[in-house]
Design a protein around this ligand. Structure first.
Ligand SMILES: [Zn+2]
Length: 602
């Protein structure tokens, strides 16, 4: 018997891969090529499934991964007899899934800390422990005391009637917390883990059916006979009617399996996002905390500036919920990862495409290391990023084609941008400092500068009301020339602050007075300073972040929260929705638009 396989153009590597399938199938690029399938092909397909199943199971675990078409459960059912019985169309569809999964599996098998973004710390548990996917993919407790994150284990255990016992996470979290240095947070190596002991009642139950057959693709109706094979528990804080109050609710999600007419048994699975570079925290429905509970934890951590321990106390005292600090930390990291595409996409675009951007930076600490928290804010979005105080950060955020107005401080890296503004409020403060100084040379320079800046600011305010007949720069040319000469004189002053201010003025001379030509532009960088203020207080309370992932989660969440606030919309419902979608492997929804804009006809 002969069958036809279609090899499509968008998989050009297919013919070059050294896999057991392609080596035996002659493919003629380019484009859509038809080749004959013989009995040998069926044998290869079955073998491929078997090899894949064994190697993948030993590398990742029983349940496969979120971005795989077929789970291990599906693969175990595939054998030569099954393939022999499939009609051509179904076999073709199944071949496509197997090929895609095989390639992904090979890529993953070849991944290690030296050739990918996986940190070295991820190596140990994968290699040492082959007792199952959930344990291995257990989230890393990074920033705080790493008590065993057994919340999910609890979820599995509670559903124990129909869950295989091996799913329960083992004692300890399996994350490498070696070389426990004195004073370092986290569970010490060898210390006993803590299991989740709190038993909460189940308030609701949801059942999940598989929608289509994983092998042949036939839609599976709910009328088919289903049986449960696993379940998970989810805790959330939304009342059933969506009212604005906190109600702790536990939902039991039961996942069903059903048999298709083709004989294949398909299982509904909890959602799990595919791995993303630089993130070790998982995005998964397996976690105990539901999306709104995660959003609440983010609100407490980022807006209310509560430490992980205080959040734990709040949840215990007000909701009767016991959550470990490691779990709370993991919720924040997961939310930070969930909004990453929004921040790197929509928010970054808004910042780059604005007419007027305010930028500022303040120091930040990550694990005791000095870094800088940068803010870029415009009318519709605010972006935070943590990095060194280098030109590189500006290039990364603004790209190489930023040609709009940029209000910034005097940091040299900004000077390459043509359309630049300087904050006059800064200048006023420094001038006042000199005027009040005890140095005699500084006082008159301070007074002169103060008078010039105040006069020019007044002129700008007036020009905004009534446009002047003569351009402001011409009106005040004499004043500016006198100031310029004073600056030149003081550029070599022996008084340090006088010298620094005179040089700063000379270095950025035109940038300070651009507003005379365009009076509608802002006089100060208050927008950026306001955006930073909340986080400066947070840094003082929490002493920054501890890990790189924690820093990125923080910057991402801060960006989404401030952007929503800028648009006068609440960030929390949006954040919960992003988590809901991303945990299912779906793209994040777009940021909410301000109510005013939403009301306008398109
Ligand atoms: Zn089927």
């Amino acid at each position: 018997m002969h069958l036809t396989l279609l090899v499509f153009r968008h998989c050009p590597q297919e013919s070059q891969r050294p896999g057991s399938i392609s080596a035996r199938v002659p493919v003629q690029p380019p484009g859509r090529t038809t080749v004959e399938i013989t009995e040998g092909w069926r044998t290869n397909l079955a073998r491929c499934g078997k090899i894949y199943s064994q190697r993948w199971a030993s590398s990742v675990g029983r349940d496969g991964a979120a971005d795989m078409h077929l789970s291990d459960h599906d693969l175990k059912q595939l054998d030569e007899d099954y393939l022999r019985g499939l009609p051509a169309e179904s076999l073709r569809s199944l071949s496509g899934k197997l090929l895609a999964d095989l390639k992904e599996a090979h890529d993953r098998l070849n991944q290690n800390p030296s050739n990918s973004s996986r940190p070295p710390s991820t190596r140990a548990p994968w290699e040492k422990d082959d007792s199952g996917v959930d344990e291995k993919r257990a989230p890393e407790a990074t920033e705080v005391e790493a008590e065993a994150p057994t919340d999910r284990a609890q979820a599995d255990a509670a559903a124990g009637q129909d869950v295989k016992p091996s799913r329960t996470a083992p004692e300890g979290d399996g994350t490498p917390r070696d070389e426990a240095k004195p004073g370092r947070p986290g569970r010490r190596k060898g210390a006993p883990g803590v299991s989740r002991t709190q038993q909460l009642p189940v308030d609701a139950e949801e059942r999940h059916w598989p929608a289509t057959c994983a092998a042949c693709g036939t839609p599976l109706g709910e009328e088919l006979e289903c049986r449960p094979y696993t379940a998970r528990l989810e805790l959330d804080v939304v009342p059933p009617d969506g009212a604005k109050c906190l109600v702790l609710r536990q939902t039991k999600h039961t996942y069903l399996e059903t048999r298709c007419g083709c004989g294949h048994c398909t299982r509904a699975r909890p959602g799990r996002a595919a791995g993303e570079a630089d993130w070790t925290v998982e995005l998964s429905e397996w976690y105990l905390a539901g999306p709104t509970l995660v959003a609440l934890i983010c609100a407490l951590a980022l807006r209310m500036r509560l430490s992980r321990a205080r959040i734990q106390e709040f949840l215990h005292d007000w909701l009767g919920l016991e959550l470990g600090v490691a779990t709370i930390n993991q919720c924040i990291h997961e939310a930070g990862r969930a909004v990453d595409p929004v921040v790197q996409g929509e928010v970054l675009r808004a910042v780059r495409e604005t007419d007027l951007l305010h930028a500022d930076e303040t120091s930040w600490k990550e694990g005791g290391r000095l870094l800088w928290l940068w803010v870029f804010t415009c009318a519709s979005a605010t972006l935070f990023t943590v990095g060194k105080r280098t030109r590189e950060v500006l290039d990364r955020v603004l790209g190489d084609a930023f040609t709009q107005w940029l209000m910034s401080d005097g940091y040299w890296a900004y000077r390459d941008y043509n359309w630049r503004l300087r904050c006059l409020a800064h200048l006023l403060r420094k001038a006042r400092g000199l005027q009040e100084s005890f140095d005699r040379r500084a006082q008159p320079f301070g007074t002169q500068l103060l008078e010039v800046v105040e006069t020019l600011m007044q002129a700008v305010y007036q020009a905004r009301g009534t446009p002047p007949d003569t351009p402001l720069r011409d009106q005040h040319a004499a004043l500016l020339t006198a100031l310029f000469h004073a600056c030149t004189r003081h550029a070599e002053s022996s008084h340090e602050k006088t010298r620094a201010l005179a040089r700063e003025l000379l270095n950025d001379w035109d940038t300070f007075w651009v507003v005379l030509d365009y009076p509608w532009l802002p006089l100060t960088n208050n927008e950026a300073e306001r955006a930073l203020r909340h986080w400066v207080i947070a840094r003082r309370i929490g002493n920054g972040t501890r890990t790189n992932q924690g820093t990125r989660a923080f910057a991402n969440l801060a960006s989404v929260i401030e952007t929503c606030r800028k648009r006068s919309v609440l960030p929390w419902a949006y954040l919960a929705e992003v988590l809901r979608q991303r945990r299912q492997g779906l793209p994040a929804p777009a940021l909410p638009v301000p109510a005013v804009l939403a009301a306008c006809p398109a």
